[in-house]
Design a protein around this ligand. Structure first.
Ligand SMILES: *Cc1c(COP(=O)(O)O)cnc(C)c1O
Length: 401
């Protein structure tokens, strides 16, 4: 057996089968490239679902992590540490908000947003105890906890995990009328992705996000934007909401915030909203730890210059122009997205998204299917134009064979 086959066989024997990875075993990576255990190089067009916006082994991020590793890595929130205040201040600044509540994974940050909205609903808005409702969108992806999958519409994510957490109302994504009709005086929040990533990089109709903003403001309801995948440069702006000139009440961040080095997530909002928490009412052992703060501080510093956002916008225009040409040819049925982020619907006759991904892997390009015949393209924002073009060439080869 090859080194690849051996590694996959033993992973399959000893790990739960909750994933179905492509048959490639990565041993090292740099920038937009990964090298497998047999020395083959692959172009990474997934970037850890946008956790690797700054590329693999980014020098600044690795140096920041190494320096912090030598000083202090964990204090728990029982004590202050000397990176915490800077992290919260800088992140709040980047978001033009006031307060930060740090967690680790995206799902924990979404859970935090749900808890914040409910507590705000009872303490500030005056919703009767136990009656708070949060409106979410169909085809959402907000994570994998029991509460979060309770309001998923994806049977795969949800089946067999009941009893489900009540208190959520699902309306069609992009539909303002349905949203208006679903609102009652007990609605405390609307939680949506400004672009739905896992659903296939679905961009809502123009005017939807401003409409959500207007409705939520009118009805004294919190607008929570899950920018875990869409945020921090991916779409050509710091936040996907910015494309529509919208400022939500709360950002939920994760993925790229940890620079692909450590899991870092956060809820970022105003003082009257995050101010609802008192000591002991919410927390996390690892949330806001010194290593996480050191890496995230470097991420924030990189985003502050705007150069990564600009790069994502420019290369993204190029990506969408090239994909648009493919869409005219019959092999591709639709292309969606913004910036360096695209959902590509392949003509089903050519194969499932999985089969296309496997064929791309043979051409040394790594992507991941989302649903059915859709593949997602989300390279690290540091990818060179030449490498991106090379990847697009491989895609053309696969689609024409
Ligand atoms: C990935 C993702 C999450 C969950 O993040 P985890 O770190 O995997 O828990 C939540 N929301 C969105 C939009 C995501 O893309």
């Amino acid at each position: 057996m090859s080194a690849t086959e051996t590694a996959i066989a033993s992973a399959e024997a000893h790990s739960a089968h909750n994933y179905h990875p492509l048959p490639v075993v990565v041993a090292s990576a740099e920038g937009a490239w990964m090298t497998d255990v047999e020395g083959r190089r692959y172009l990474d067009l997934l970037a850890g679902y946008s956790a690797l916006n700054f590329g693999h082994g980014n020098r600044r991020l690795i140096d920041a992590a190494k320096a912090q590793l030598e000083r202090v890595t964990l204090t728990s929130r029982a004590f202050h540490h000397d990176r915490f205040a800077d992290f919260c201040t800088r992140l709040a600044e980047l978001c033009s908000m006031e307060m930060v509540l740090p967690m680790n994974t995206g799902a924990e940050a979404v859970e935090t947003a749900v808890k914040t909205a409910r507590k705000w609903g009872y303490r500030v808005k005056g919703v009767p105890d136990g009656m708070a409702k949060i409106i979410v969108a169909s085809d959402n992806f907000h994570g994998r906890t029991t509460t979060i999958i309770s309001f998923s519409t994806d049977p795969e994510a949800r089946a067999d995990y009941g009893p489900y957490t009540p208190g959520f109302e699902i309306v069609p994504y992009g539909d303002l009328t349905a949203l208006r009709e679903a609102m009652t005086e007990n609605t405390v929040a609307v939680l949506i992705e400004p672009i739905q990533g896992e659903a296939g990089v679905l961009v809502p109709p123009a005017g939807y996000l401003p409409g959500v903003r207007e409705l939520t403001r009118e009805r004294n309801v919190l607008f929570i934007a899950d920018e875990i995948q869409s945020g921090l440069g991916r779409t050509g702006k710091t936040f996907a909401c910015e494309h529509e000139g919208v400022v939500p009440d709360m950002y939920v961040l994760g993925k790229a915030l940890g620079g692909g080095v450590v899991p870092v997530s956060a809820v970022v909002s105003s003082a009257d909203i995050l101010g609802v928490f008192k000591p002991g009412e919410h927390g996390s052992t690892f949330g806001g730890n010194p290593l996480a703060c050191a890496v995230a501080l470097e991420v924030i510093a990189m985003l502050r210059t705007g150069e990564y956002q600009e790069r994502a916008a420019e290369l993204g225009d190029h990506l969408h122009r090239e994909l648009g040409l493919l869409a005219g040819g019959g092999a591709v049925e639709a292309v969606r997205g913004r910036g360096l982020w695209a959902g590509v619907d392949i003509a089903p006759a050519l194969g499932t998204g999985r089969e296309i991904s496997e064929r791309l892997m043979e051409e040394r390009v790594l992507v991941k299917d989302t649903h059915g015949s859709t593949i997602r393209i989300a390279p690290p924002l540091v990818i060179s134009k030449e490498d991106l073009d090379w990847g697009l060439d491989r895609l053309r080869t696969v689609l024409s064979s």
